[in-house]
Ligand binder design. Structure first.
Ligand code: SF4
Length: 404
């Protein structure tokens, strides 16, 4: 099916542009010292109201982008992100998945991911999530060393993480992602090897590995100063990253994005939409949506979100139409996050832009520095280039471009 915003470009096309549905759950048991996500401490009363508001917002479909007419838009992924979505009861998750299925044409084989924190998971809860239709878990493990978890302000320990993983397997989850962070305060390369080895021994289908960013105003920065914990330098973090990627590759994972690795066929189908110029609709406070040229985002605050939706209003704080220039810059910027890089033919077909003609001299500088690689079909970052991805990718934006 095709929907039109202003007549010139389909809002949703078939196949590759099927929507990803993102549902934001802002609640957490406690706030970790390093966290900058949209989240707040949980409150059962607010949670209940939030589930109802989220279901109501979902049932309004893509009303913020276009009047809903014709058949429902197709979707093939649902992603509960947070925050800590596993604070929600399975019955709430089931209600929200039902709202998605009743509003959108959700593929029978859709990937349905729930982000979960280890301390929230029990056998009953896991069985309930599976029965609700969740078929992929993303577990926020971060480290398998207790002292590191404690410094981050996480409330689980490594034993809890292992138990949660084992319980998820027993509940039948055969598609699990584990998150690890590196560059933690007080962490040595040997410490990181322990966590990476433990992750590989657990054997999830997918792993995400992030370099911790310590923001100057964060509680973690203050605690590091107070406790005199050592900080990992940028060079040390770079070495840790390269070693971790090599170790996980040796363990059978393939790096498919700057921070993500997977066993064959187990990439995150939802997250790939962000990196491949896809379409997604976000629901909940702070959620962002991008469908074709249209982009909109919801209000950040939970009380304001609830007030607006409960009064029958729209939670959208801002909406705008992306220009052709923005679209091509984003296609380059996001596509370069992928290990396979950007297809030059696809950029030409979608945007009428010859990447080599437009940015050739800048590309050559990065290629000579060993940060970018190019053949006749694709342009991609080397693994060293991934460590300096923002510098390389900003070249495509600073250079500016005009695309009709
Ligand atoms: S559990 Fe996750 S979202 Fe919640 S405070 Fe910790 S890092 Fe942030």
């Amino acid at each position: 099916m095709a929907r039109r915003t202003g007549g010139e470009r389909p809002l949703i096309t078939g196949g590759p542009s099927r929507l990803g549905l993102y549902l934001h759950v802002p609640f957490c048991v406690a706030l970790c010292r390093y966290c900058t996500f949209t989240r707040c401490v949980t409150d059962p009363g607010l949670e209940r109201r939030y589930v109802s508001a989220l279901a109501r917002e979902i049932r309004a479909g893509l009303a913020p982008a276009a009047p809903v007419t014709g058949p429902p838009p197709a979707a093939d992924t649902i992603y509960f992100g947070g925050g800590t979505p596993s604070l929600f009861d399975p019955s709430d998750i089931a209600e929200l998945i039902r709202a998605c299925r009743e509003t959108f044409d959700v593929d029978a084989g859709a990937e349905v991911t729930l982000e979960a924190n280890p301390e929230t998971l029990t056998a009953d809860r896991l069985a309930g999530y599976r029965a609700a239709g969740v078929n992929r878990l993303s577990l926020g493990v971060q480290s398998l060393i207790d002292a590191e978890l404690s410094r981050l302000g996480r409330i689980h320990d490594q034993a809890c993480a292992r138990q949660a993983f084992d319980a998820a397997r027993r509940a039948g989850f055969d598609n699990i992602s584990l998150d690890l962070m590196l560059g933690l305060p007080g962490q040595s390369a040997a410490d990181l090897r322990v966590s990476v080895g433990a992750l590989a021994d657990l054997g999830p289908e997918h792993a995400s590995v992030y370099i911790l960013e310590i923001y100057p105003q964060s509680p973690l920065a203050a605690e590091i100063a107070r406790q005199h914990w050592t900080r990992v330098s940028d060079d040390e973090a770079a070495d840790m990253y390269l070693e971790t990627m090599a170790s996980l590759e040796a363990a059978g994972y393939e790096q498919y994005e700057i921070s993500n690795l997977a066993r064959p066929g187990r990439c995150s189908r939802h997250n790939l939409k962000y990196w491949t110029d896809g379409a997604w609709a976000g629901f909940g406070c702070g959620a962002h949506s991008t469908v074709g040229d249209e982009r909109w985002n919801n209000v950040l605050s939970v009380p304001e979100y609830l007030a607006r939706v409960e009064e029958g209003g729209s939670p959208v704080a801002e909406r705008r139409r992306r220009t052709g220039t923005e679209r091509v810059e984003e296609a380059m910027f996001m596509g370069l996050r992928l290990a396979r890089g950007v297809s030059l033919a696809r950029i030409r077909a979608d945007y009428g832009l010859d990447v080599v003609a437009r940015w050739g001299s800048r590309l050559a500088v990065f290629e000579e520095a060993g940060l970018l690689e190019r053949d006749e079909h694709r342009l991609r970052l080397t693994r060293r280039g991934m460590l300096l991805a923002n510098d390389v990718m900003s070249a495509f934006i600073e250079a500016g471009s005009t695309v009709k």
